[in-house]
Design a protein around this ligand. Structure first.
Ligand code: ADP
Ligand code: MG
Ligand code: MG
Length: 923
């Protein structure tokens, strides 16, 4: 069959290519490692066969065959001939005949992609039945009802998967059969279908009812698919194989792939396997099992089973499944008690599978008339907590080494362990959903202003502050509240950023919510704009800052618990990682938290965050509104002791560790009041006229504050503000050093774009240092450096490095300025960009390595040329993002800095990045 015009090598590949791999206990042609070719299910079935585990025999059609089919929309040459041969082999293995009217062979046709896509694609069971073979099956099994039950399942699955008939159409005849049985038994018939199905489960349907169901199903197929159900088993099989190939492109599967980053061109394998029956009576059963508890990670064999049932019945939830092994609190007779021999065999197999796969397994099994079969095994999905416990336990058991254990956990999910979470056992339904902006679940009474938050919290009430959006004015209320909920703003809004810094759970951008400040209530709307509920001040709600869910009333939570295993794992990561991990912390309390989570310094201390305190904001405003140098100096003199006290406390907490303090960064108008009452209040307090205050506010107004009078520009125009801050830092450093502790202050200049600016600032810093050290009779070693958050600064990094002893990449601003994208305004179009693949992901969450990353690369290279010992770090949100950390590791940065709660995440991510970079491990 040489093809004219096709290269010989390609032809050889087509001819030689093996499209079918067989498996039966003792021998599988495939292996677990061949998931690309055989899909996860097929590869593991082959592996189980190789291990001598009893699997029903069968064969796997490769993913390559699927890819071919989808490309040409035609069955690959020779495939069906191979399928017929393999069915012949299966007949000899099972001593049954496909289409036989004596002892018919039935098969399942199961999809199975490379990485598991649970329930996303299609499976058809009981293939090979028709009006004649069903009679043979009835005779052979001595149960007509069993045979008919298998047949009606085939008819509906085939119609759905192959012929595209809506599955729900098949409910009516089944419900009718249930009603017939209910009438026979003199039971009153519930109007609700679910209740009916619970009253009369499938097992109570007799042969007579099922015969009627089968006939109705054939009618449905005739009416909706305009064809007869194909009686020929081979016709059934070939059509199903093609349909399973096509199911790779069904909308469900496509969406799942988009959400989980699975490429569209992998294709699915198809497994054709002899059927075994768990519904042949009381010595038959079916179930699912985990080799360890998927929620806690505890090493106990765990699962559910049903006697006299087929696979899907266990998950369908109509009959209550029973526990595998006896365990306190579980209901129903366990498999261990009911079928001790099968249980013992299953228990031995699960141990064998864990040893082979070196991971927790999720199993499907069926017992047919006292004989156990395994139908599937795969690495089980698990909670974050379980992933840590299992990885650490497996090292102790000798199954994994420490490096492998580190690579087993998903660092992004570790954060779940650091906060209380909604009790997984809770069935509460959320009222609305916003953005999970700061993790943790809390319950409290609703308040609608910062003042009310403070008052109610003062009465020892747990309160949740609800605002349309927050501003610096709300800070004291946010501090007093246990949680924050806003209607507007994204994951990087004021509410989100401040809440994360404070460690307060926060749901932001909950757009279903409308806040009525005056009435002190909020209204929740559904998607069509209808009111779901109005909640008044004082009512109790629960918010989950991890998922973004908002609930009415109290929802049970489970407390944060790092657990011993997490501590052990984190200790291992410290051995392998090269990147240091610092925290962004503005207060002594945050610094303590950061140290507790393992931070090795402070990478960003935002001095202005200390300005908002009620007693300080007045002095800050006085400083801003000052008309002349003298009155500004008076205000600055008031601020100095506050700042010094804060820095002293932070240095004491962080002793021996570096502390990077950024000089004032935001534009001054951010500190001024916006509401008329507050303006009036301020005017009175400062002895100014309201007009004067308003005029000054107008003068400070900016069209684009992000690119306005801020950062180093403030230092250039108001050097006395910088002088005060440097003096406060160094006086604090001297006093702590005098107490006998080590201090490592690093003074950081924000938003510089030139070496010239740094020279101006350096001069101020040096002068104040000289003067302060002289006055206090003390010298403290400190460093002077800059943030890199403008493209120009990155491009001219060699010049800046002449002045700066360290660079800290402010990747939030650098992303904004590189992409010309305002973080606070991007919410309206960024999702469309991600959806249309114009951006791989939100660049404010995961670094745009191509663009922003290129600037970093240039800055690192040039910075090191000018100053080989320069210290390089990152202090944007990306410092706590695992995929960005992988990039920072490859760039060879010295450290990342992130919010205290992300420090453990960053430690694990940095260790994984180091392990992957040394090429010993791949993703
Ligand atoms: P999914 O990937 O959705 O779990 P499966 O291919 O595993 O789909 O099959 C669906 C159900 O049918 C499972 O409960 C499985 O155990 C059962 N099943 C599949 N093949 C067979 C078979 N040959 N004999 C008995 N039950 C089977
Ligand atoms: Mg399955
Ligand atoms: Mg910045």
């Amino acid at each position: 069959m040489l093809l004219v015009g096709t290269p010989l090598a390609h032809q050889l590949h087509i001819i030689m290519r093996k499209l079918i791999y067989r498996f039966s206990p003792g021998k599988g042609e495939g292996r677990a490692e061949w998931k690309e070719l055989l899909g996860g299910k097929g590869a593991n079935l082959a592996e189980m066969a190789n291990l001598g585990i009893p699997v029903p025999p069968g064969f796997t059609i490769t993913t390559e065959a699927c890819v071919d089919y989808l490309r040409q929309l035609a069955i690959p040459e020779g495939l069906f001939a191979g399928v017929r041969e393999s069915i012949g082999w299966l007949e000899s293995k099972t001593h049954k005949g496909f289409g036989s009217t004596e002892n018919p062979l039935l098969v399942s046709v199961r999809s199975g992609a490379r990485s598991s896509m649970p329930g996303m694609m299609d499976t058809v069971l009981n293939l090979g039945l028709n009006d004649r073979t069903v009679a043979a099956l009835a005779a052979h099994s001595q149960s007509e009802r069993f045979a008919l039950d298998a047949y009606r399942r085939l008819l509906s699955m085939f119609a759905d998967v192959v012929l595209g008939v809506e599955r729900s159409i098949f409910d009516a005849p089944l419900d009718e059969a249930r009603r017939t049985v209910a009438r026979k038994r003199d039971l009153s018939i519930p109007s609700n279908d679910d209740a009916l199905a619970r009253l009369i489960p499938d097992t109570l349907l007799g042969a007579a009812e099922l015969r009627a169901v089968v006939e109705s199903y054939k009618d449905i197929i005739r009416a909706h698919a305009h064809q007869e159900f194909p009686a020929d088993p081979y016709e059934q099989l070939e059509a199903t194989i093609a349909a399973v190939f096509r199911s790779w492109n069904n909308p469900r599967a496509k969406l799942y792939r988009t959400m989980n980053g699975i490429p569209d061109d992998w294709g699915t394998a198809v497994n054709v396997q002899a059927m075994v029956f768990g519904n042949l009576g009381d010595t038959s059963a079916t179930g699912v099992a985990f080799t360890r508890d998927p929620s806690s990670g505890e090493r106990r064999f765990f699962g559910e089973w049903l006697p006299n049932a087929q696979g899907e019945d266990v998950v369908a939830g109509i009959r209550t499944p029973r526990p595998l092994a006896r365990h306190p609190g579980d209901e129903g007779l366990s498999l261990e008690e009911s079928m001790p021999e099968n249980y013992a065999q299953l228990f031995a197999i699960q141990g064998k599978l864990e040893q082979r796969f070196r991971d927790m397994q999720d199993l499907e099994f069926t017992i047919e008339a006292g004989k156990l079969y395994l139908l599937q095994t795969r690495n089980g999905k698990r909670s974050a907590r379980a992933s840590v416990r299992i990885a650490v336990d497996m090292v102790a058991e000798g199954l994994l080494n420490e490096d492998e254990a580190i690579l087993r956990v998903d660092p992004d999910r570790l954060q779940e362990l650091l906060f209380p979470t909604i009790d997984p056992a809770s069935s509460a339904v959320p009222l609305a959903r916003g953005i999970g902006a700061s993790p943790g679940a809390v319950t409290g009474r609703v308040v609608f202003s910062a003042e009310d938050a403070q008052v109610e919290a003062g009465k020892h009430e747990a309160v949740i502050l609800v605002r349309a959006e927050t501003s610096p004015e709300d800070l004291h209320g946010m501090k007093a509240a246990k949680g924050i909920l806003t209607a507007r703003g994204g994951a990087t809004s004021h509410a989100a950023v401040v809440a994360r810094g404070m460690g307060r759970p926060c749901v932001s951008g909950c757009s279903a919510l409308q806040v009525d400040q005056v009435a002190r209530s909020m209204t929740i709307y559904d998607a069509d704009g209808a009111i779901i509920e109005t909640i008044a001040q004082g009512a109790t709600i629960t918010i989950d800052g991890s998922t973004g869910n908002v609930y009415r009333g109290t929802v049970a939570t489970v407390p944060a618990d790092l657990g011993n295993e997490m501590g052990t794992l984190l200790k291992w990561t410290d051995r392998v990682r090269r990147l240091r991990v610092r925290a962004n912390a503005d207060t002594p309390a945050q610094a303590e938290k950061a140290l507790a989570f393992g931070a090795e310094g402070i990478g960003l201390c935002r001095t202005e965050h200390m300005f908002f305190d009620a007693e300080r904001i007045r002095a800050v405003r006085e400083m801003i509104l000052a008309r002349d140098v003298v009155s500004r100096k008076r205000a600055l003199d008031q601020l100095l002791p506050f700042q010094r006290t804060d820095f002293t406390a932070i240095f004491r907490v962080m002793q021996d560790h570096p502390v990077t303090i950024r000089l004032l960064d935001p534009p001054l108008h951010e500190f001024l009041p916006k509401e008329p009452e507050q303006i009036a209040e301020l005017a009175t307090a400062l002895g100014m006229s309201v007009d004067d205050v308003e005029r000054r506010i107008r003068e400070l107004y900016e069209f684009n504050p992000m690119l306005g009078h801020r950062g180093v520009r403030l230092g250039v125009t108001f050097p006395d503000i910088s002088e005060m801050q440097v003096r406060a830092i160094l006086e604090a450093a001297c006093s702590v050093q005098k107490e006998g502790m080590h201090v490592h202050p690093e003074i950081m200049i924000p938003l510089a774009f030139s070496a010239a600016e740094l020279r101006v600032m350096r001069k101020i810093v040096d002068r104040i240092a000289h003067e302060t050290f002289e006055r206090l009779g003390c010298v403290v070693k400190f460093e002077f450096g800059t943030m890199i958050e403008l493209p120009r600064a990155a491009l001219l990094a060699d010049q800046l490095a002449v002045e700066a002893e360290f660079f800290s990449f402010g990747t939030n601003d650098l992303t904004q300025t590189t992409l010309g994208l305002s973080r606070d305004d991007a919410g309206s179009f960024l999702p469309a960009y991600v959806e249309q693949h114009l951006l791989a992901e939100d660049p404010f969450v995961t670094l745009d390595t191509e663009g922003v990353g290129e600037l970093l690369r240039i800055a690192v290279e040039k910075g090191r040329v000018a100053r080989s010992e320069i210290s390089l770090g990152v202090c944007g949100e990306h410092g706590g993002d695992p995929r960005s950390i992988e990039f920072f590791e490859r760039l060879g940065l010295n450290y990342v800095s992130c919010s205290p709660f992300r420090v453990p995440v960053a430690r694990v991510a940095a260790a994984q990045a180091a392990l992957r970079r040394t090429k010993r491990y791949w993703r």
